[in-house]
Ligand binder design. Structure first.
Ligand SMILES: NC(=O)c1ccc[n+]([C@@H]2O[C@H](COP(=O)([O-])OP(=O)(O)OC[C@H]3O[C@@H](n4cnc5c(N)ncnc54)[C@H](O)[C@@H]3O)[C@@H](O)[C@H]2O)c1
Length: 257
């Protein structure tokens, strides 16, 4: 009997943080995984060992904001695996803290290029390869509370994530006929190396604001990605799922309630 190949997932920005946990969870769910990141500190072999998986893991360098690099990435993936990815997770992002008045046009442009244009370029290449392979597929974009809520001093990040909200819906409309589902996961406050460095009392301060009374863990997001990618969610497309312990359901209200 011919051996069937495992599904193949491509995860951007998966060298660390939430992306690392997503790659790990997908590999433990039976996917071969390609990690695409500007940082290639950890080889595929090292990631597979860290993730304690027997699935194949490849680490490839790619700046998702650069069309030529995104095209080269998909060519490389095809050359290595002789198939195109079944699942794409657009997780890579950058964040610039600045008031609107002080934000430089370079920082604005870089944030929009990586977070929004990068997601568009990856979706377009993924869908073209799926169309050629006549296969269906799953795309999950990682958004944020900023998809729908304004946070001060995060103007470029907020604009990029707001764009991801609408890009998700439009891609779901246009790619539905190819059998490609497109959804977004909006994490709440998640403790990572980055957020711990940014704020010393990160876990404590966000736990106090979160209805489930704890800070998010990277696996909260990673497990939701695996669930949303699974066949159990086969009729779900164009949606944003907040994985936030209830954080973004809280309205501003004077006093305690
Ligand atoms: N941590 C949180 O609390 C939180 C909350 C809401 C949303 N998110 C979203 O989750 C995702 C991951 O966040 P994180 O906290 O793990 O971030 P992180 O900064 O720890 O990791 C981001 C990864 O993306 C890579 N990357 C950056 N620019 C890239 C580019 N141009 N091309 C390819 N890779 C690139 C980095 O090298 C890094 O590995 C992001 O989309 C972020 O907006 C995070």
């Amino acid at each position: 009997m011919a051996k069937t190949e495992p599904p193949l997932a491509l995860v951007t920005g998966a060298q660390r943080g939430i992306g690392d946990a997503i790659g790990c969870a997908l590999s433990q769910a039976g996917y071969d995984v390609v990690v695409a990141d500007i940082d290639t500190t950890h080889s595929g072999r090292e990631l597979a060992s860290r993730w304690d998986t027997t699935q194949r893991v490849e680490s490839l360098e790619c700046d998702v904001a650069e069309l030529a690099q995104v095209e080269a990435l998909f060519e490389q993936v095809h050359a290595i695996f002789h198939r195109s990815p079944d699942c794409l997770v657009n997780n890579a992002a950058v964040q610039v803290w600045s008031s609107l008045l002080d934000l430089s046009v370079e920082d604005w442009t870089r944030t929009l290029n990586v977070n929004l244009t990068g997601t568009f370029l990856m979706i377009q290449q993924f869908a073209r390869y799926r169309q050629r392979a006549q296969g269906d597929g799953v795309i999950i974009n990682i958004g944020s509370g900023c998809n729908q809520l304004a946070f001060p001093n995060l103007v470029s990040y907020g604009a990029s994530k707001g764009g991801i909200e609408m890009l998700t819906k439009t891609a779901a409309l246009e790619l539905g006929s190819l059998g490609i589902r497109v959804n977004c996961i909006a994490p709440g406050a998640i403790e990572t190396e980055r957020t711990r460095e940014e704020t010393a009392a990160y876990a404590q301060s966000w736990s106090a604001l979160t209805p489930l009374q704890r800070v998010g863990e990277v696996n909260d997001v990673a497990d939701a990605v695996v669930a949303l990618a699974s066949d159990a969610m086969r009729f779900v497309s164009g949606q944003t799922l907040n994985v936030d312990g209830g954080l973004f359901s809280r309205a501003a209200w004077p006093g305690e309630y």
